[in-house]
Design a protein around this ligand. Sequence first.
Ligand SMILES: [Zn+2]
Length: 235
Amino acid sequence: MPSLGWLRIRSCSLIGAMELLDIHTHRLYNNPHEAILNCMPWDLSPHFKGYCSVGFHPWYLSGDKSKNWEEFKKLVSQPQVLAIGESGLDKLTTADWKLQEEAFLKQAEIASQLNKPLIIHCVKSFNEIIRYKKELNPVVAWVIHGFRGKKELAKQLLDHGFYLSFGEKYQEESLKGTPLDRLFIETDESEVDIHVLYQRAAICLRMDVEDLIKKVQSNIRNILSYRDNGFVLPG
Ligand SMILES: [Zn+2]
């Protein structure tokens, strides 16, 4: 990461109140227009009025919770749920592998049925995720969130049509090797402000931060169907 000691966060005129900036976060934003809050299905409050993604994270899978797919589909059909996930495969977690695969495939299927992108958590399971993408050939975007892999892995994923989302920590060469129309910036669980992450990425990419923001926002619009489903945030 470049040193940020000298850096001041500008309040950027291009960050319009209506535009999403952060495709994946676990913390509440003051302005709910700016981020997609990630929730587990049992965490989604009926009172939450912002945008969200909802899915079964592989860390928290259990036989009982992942069984009621009809109910899950109904939940994620709500227009404020812009994406499915984070869902995925993780070889370092204790959750049963078969259960992980079953839950991932079911969520991938529902994402395609509802025309919503899939936000993917992937740890040491890239071969499997690539294989599933080849087999299923989904029409919706598959986004590897929190991508920290090397540039060779980034290239392999990009060649298979994945999108990559970069958070607080990543390999700069991987970010540099990602085409501008295939990348996102996210906070995930980091406390670092999303604007700082944009500034860092812009420095790494040697481009103007406002141009980067505009580009990522256009990527977000491209993969989301919320423009079509009529959902408008109150306020
Ligand atoms: Zn996350």
